[in-house]
Design a protein around this ligand. Sequence first.
Ligand code: 5GP
Length: 107
Amino acid sequence: MASIFSKIIAGNIPCYKVAEDEHFFAFLDINPLVKGHTLVVPKREVDYIFDLQDEELAAFHVFAKSVARAIEQAIPCKRVGVAVMGLEVPHAHIHLIPINKESDMII
Ligand code: 5GP
């Protein structure tokens, strides 16, 4: 069965898309910790980020970096925090979370 993120990528569940290329997809978290909280996912469905092949993992991070740079332009922040959790959705993903101070990070 397709993961909820695969359904989002396929357009079967609505989302606010932030960026997309051939292999990766980025969209706003439905339950954001802060404004601009974005999820970055590989289109290929693997359970956990470190299940990705090394080359794929490198490309995934390069894509995430470009998304983080775009978030920095859109939302004034000190830094875009990066988190890997994977407790809820078994489809590899990175959280990108614009933060201004330590207390913004409630995770
Ligand atoms: P994790 O698996 O890293 O613990 O958390 C998964 C994240 O996916 C959560 O922050 C949750 O809010 C987000 N999420 C779960 N379902 C959906 C959904 O249907 N749409 C969007 N945009 N985000 C979701």
